[in-house]
Design a protein around this ligand. Sequence first.
Ligand SMILES: NC(=O)c1ccc[n+]([C@@H]2O[C@H](COP(=O)([O-])OP(=O)(O)OC[C@H]3O[C@@H](n4cnc5c(N)ncnc54)[C@H](O)[C@@H]3O)[C@@H](O)[C@H]2O)c1
Length: 440
Amino acid sequence: MKKICVVGTGYVGLVTGTCFADMGNHVTCLDVDPVRIDHLNQGKMPIYEPGLEQTVNQNVRAGRLFFTTDYAAALAEAEFAFIAVGTPSGNDGEADLQYVRAAAEAIADIVDHPIIVINKSTVPVGTGDWVADVIQRRRNGKPLEFSVVSNPEFLREGSAVSDFMSPDRVVLGSLEREAAEKVAELYRPLRCTVMITDLRTAEMIKYASNAFLATRISFINEIANMCEELGADVREVALGMGYDKRIGHAFLDAGLGWGGSCFPKDVKALEHMAVLHGTQPQLLQAVMEINRNQRRRAVMKLRKALGNLNETTIGVLGLSFKPNTDDIREAAAIEIIHLLQNEGAHVRAYDPQAMENASKVMHQTVLCENPYEVAEGADALILVTEWNEFKQLDFTHLKEIMKRPVILDGRNLWDPETIRGFGFTYMGIGRGNGGLKDFE
Ligand SMILES: NC(=O)c1ccc[n+]([C@@H]2O[C@H](COP(=O)([O-])OP(=O)(O)OC[C@H]3O[C@@H](n4cnc5c(N)ncnc54)[C@H](O)[C@@H]3O)[C@@H](O)[C@H]2O)c1
C-alpha cells in the first residue's frame, strides 16, 4: 500500500485516484472546488463516467479513498503527488499552465518529506523541467528531496475507468530513472506495458498521439466530402481501408468532426509549440481547418435542404462531444447550434446525459426531455452525438410530429434506405448521393 495524493478531481484526477485506491493504495484526492469535494464526500459524482460511482463508493467504504480541499491533509506522508488539473487553451492556443503552477507551488509550500511529483495533466514539452524549477524557486533555498515524473494519461471519457485499468501502455518520463521505476511499481497490478523515457519525450508522446488521432478523423472527413461529390460511400471506404493491418479501423468514422476537452486544445497547443520553435505545422493546421469546415458544411446542408434557415426550427439530437459522457467542451453541437442561431434558426435539443451542463451555457436553445419533444414542429433534425438510445427511434411518429421530414445524420448512425423508407429526406456524411448532391 502506497500513500498517494491526487491534485484535481476532474475526469482524469478522480478516475486516477479511484483506480489507485481500488488497487489497494491509500489515496487522498484534492480539489480547490469545495462544492465538488462536498458532493464527493456525500457520494455524489461531479461527472458522469460509467462504473465510476460504484468504484468510488466501494473504496470510500473500504477506507482507502478520501476527498479534501486541504493540501496539508492530502499531502501528509504522501510518497506520490499526481497533478491532474486542467490545462485549457490560453489566448494564443498555448496550454494555460496556471493551475499546474498553483498545484506545484502548493506542494512546494507544504511538503517537507521526500516526494515524487507526477504530471498527469497534458502539458507542453518542457513542462516537467519547468515544474521542477517552480518547486525549487518556491522553496527559496529550503531543501526538499523531490523528483518530477511525466505520466501522460490516455484514458477516454465515456470509458475512463476501464481504460485506466487496462491501458495499452503506461508512459513514464523522468530524468531520474529510479523515480520513474517507483511510479511504474504503482501500475504493476495492471500488468501492462510500461515505457520509460526522458521527460520531454513522454510529454511529446501524449501530444503526438492526440494529434495523430485527430488527423485520422480529419482525413476520413476529407475523404467523406469527396465521396459525396463522387458518389462513393465513406463508411464502406473506411471499412475497406481498415482491413489493411497497416491502417486498422479505429478513428476512421466520418462525421461532424472531433471535439471534447482534449483534441482541440492539444492540437492547438502542439501547433503553438511548433510555431514557437520555428517549425511549420502545416498538417496540424489543415487538420484543424478540416474540422471547422465539417461543422460549417453540416449547416450548409441544412440550408440547402430547407432553402433558408431563418425562422426555421431545427432539432438537435445529442450535445455531448461523444456518447457516454456529459462533457460538452468543444462539442460539435455547440458550434453547430451557434451557427444555426446566427442564421436565425430556433434550436431545440436533447441529450441523455449533458442537459445539466448544456443548461449552463445554451441559454437560447430550448432544452427538451426526449427526442420526440425535440422533433415536435421541427423543420429538420440533426443527429450530432451517436448515443445508443438514438439508434432505434420511432421514425413513423417522428415523421408525424415534424413540420418537414428532413434528417441530417451527422454520425452516419442510421441506414439511409430505411430512413428514406419512412418518407424522410435523409442526408448523411459522405454517403454517396445521400449527401449534398440531393439538393443541387
Ligand atoms: N478529460 C480527458 O479525457 C483527458 C484525457 C487525458 C488527459 N487529460 C488531461 O488531464 C488534465 C485534466 O483534465 P480533466 O478533463 O480531468 O480536467 P477537469 O477540468 O475535468 O478537472 C480539473 C480539476 O482540477 C481542479 N483544480 C484546478 N486547479 C487546481 C488546484 N490548483 N488544486 C487542486 N485542484 C485544482 C478543478 O477544480 C477541476 O476539478 C488536462 O491536462 C487534460 O488535458 C484529460
